[in-house]
Design a binder for this molecule. Structure first.
Ligand code: FAD
Length: 393
């Protein structure tokens, strides 16, 4: 196993670094480095910049307009973006639904949907979970009834991240109650501007309306929006979930946030506390170990070896690390960490100068990160999957 980068790979890294330095808007990277609130406009501005360069679909093959990078190049690209303070690309379009459309969609669907994803113009949402159907996803009840050349959709989705901005939503819908629950699910693309679609925000404990309930009330969806075959949606859904879980691990963001934790610890005077520095060292060891795991997977891919399916493992370790650095940031801030001021997440907020700027968003970020061990499939359920893979069922 060779974990060193070749001279060509290092040259590639520098090319990306130069481009990002010239193209990432400084007001956006300032927000990311300070963990401040990103607006829809911030996300879309950056998505369009990447899209214009042909890099929003950085994992896509050339046949679909992607750069055709290998696994190492993709990793280097993601690392350079994260360290420079680029926002995480909202994954639902380019990382999640696009690979499904490429693998299972027909030529017409590829022609119709992929360009809007690649350019950053169209905002996608994920409609998998429902009340009572999260871990037990195969029990989804949102019903799509075939009526001639359209489906009539009735039901509800929930926890739909940033669904308030969504133009389109990809949904798991029930098209049959025959046989096993998995065999009656279909994968449908729904225009969120269709009559009968309504979106209601759910405010999380950091005060942000980050997730939503989405209701479908007699929504007419052209049958041409069905991906692949009716009742085969479970297969396509699983294809997408491994992309989602690997994306959540996000070791590059952890590296950037580790540096921020060190800055906060120095500013707040706990850097000299050996016990506290031990905690930072332990976290750093775990981040390096996660990075090694990612590089091992990439190295195996590069040498054409079959690698273990580690999406679940990466999700567990990555999400736990994300929670730990937010906890250590709170500890470093001590009593000041209590401040949870919703408005302070806005760039340029001047409301209470008694608090150091680095401290203000900590409570919000801490609260927000409680989600990481739940979404994308809870960590308990991931552990079951890993156990089955390693030990057999
Ligand atoms: C912030 C956030 C954003 C999200 N965004 C989206 C989105 O955009 N689109 C979308 O479709 N979904 C989204 N989700 C939903 C997410 O995928 C589900 O919350 C998750 O799969 C868990 O499902 P649940 O909430 O129904 O919990 P449940 O399935 O009811 O689980 C409750 C608890 O029981 C445990 N549990 C359940 N089954 C088992 C088992 N077999 N063994 C051991 N423990 C078990 C779980 O780990 C959990 O602790 C989001 C969730 C959150 C919190």
């Amino acid at each position: 196993m060779d974990l060193d980068f070749t001279p060509e790979e290092l040259a590639f890294r520098h090319e990306i670094r130069d481009w990002v330095a010239r193209n990432l808007p400084p007001d956006i990277s300032r927000k990311v480095h300070g963990a401040l609130r990103l607006t829809k406009d911030d996300h879309q501005r950056w998505a369009r910049i990447l899209g214009a360069r042909g890099w929003l679909g950085w994992g896509w093959p050339p046949a679909f307009g992607g750069p055709g990078w290998n696994a190492i190049q993709k990793h280097l690209f993601e690392e350079e973006l994260a360290m420079a303070g680029a926002p995480r690309v909202v994954p639902f379009g380019p990382v999640m639904v696009a690979p499904v459309i490429m693998a299972f969609g027909n030529a017409e669907q590829q022609r119709r949907f992929l360009p809007g994803i690649a350019s950053g113009e169209v905002w996608w949402s994920q409609g998998y979970s429902e009340p009572g159907s999260g871990s037990d996803l195969a029990s989804v009840k949102c019903r799509a009834e075939r009526q001639g050349d359209k489906y009539l959709v009735n039901g509800q989705k929930t926890w739909t991240t940033l669904g308030q901005h969504g133009d389109w939503i990809f949904c798991l819908v029930r098209t049959s109650n025959e046989g096993k629950p998995q065999t009656g699910i279909s994968f449908l693309l729904i225009d969120m501007k269709s009559p009968g679609v309504s979106v209601r925000p759910i405010v999380l404990m950091d005060g942000e309306p980050e997730v939503n309930e989405v209701f479908f009330d007699n929504v007419e969806v052209p049958a041409a929006n069905l991906i692949g075959e009716e009742n085969k949606g479970w297969t396509y859904a699983k294809h997408l979930l491994s992309h989602e879980r690997t994306n959540i691990a996000d070791v590059n963001r952890a590296k950037r946030e580790l540096e921020r934790l060190k800055r906060i610890a120095r500013t707040e005077g706990v850097w000299d506390d050996l016990r506290f520095r031990d905690q930072i060292a332990l976290l750093e060891v775990d981040i390096v170990a996660l990075e090694m795991m990612v590089l091992r997977v990439l190295s195996a891919e590069k040498s054409g070896k079959q690698s273990l399916d580690v999406a679940g493992l990466l999700k567990i370790r990555g999400s736990e690390i994300q929670q730990r650095y937010t906890e250590l940031m709170m500890l470093a801030a001590g009593p000041l960490a209590r401040a949870h001021i919703f408005e302070a997440m806005d760039a340029g907020w001047q409301g209470d100068l008694a608090f150091p700027a680095s401290i203000l968003p900590l409570a919000s970020v801490y609260f927000n990160h409680r989600k990481t061990t739940i979404y994308g499939g809870s960590n308990e359920v991931q552990r079951n999957i890993v156990a089955q893979t390693v030990l057999g069922s």
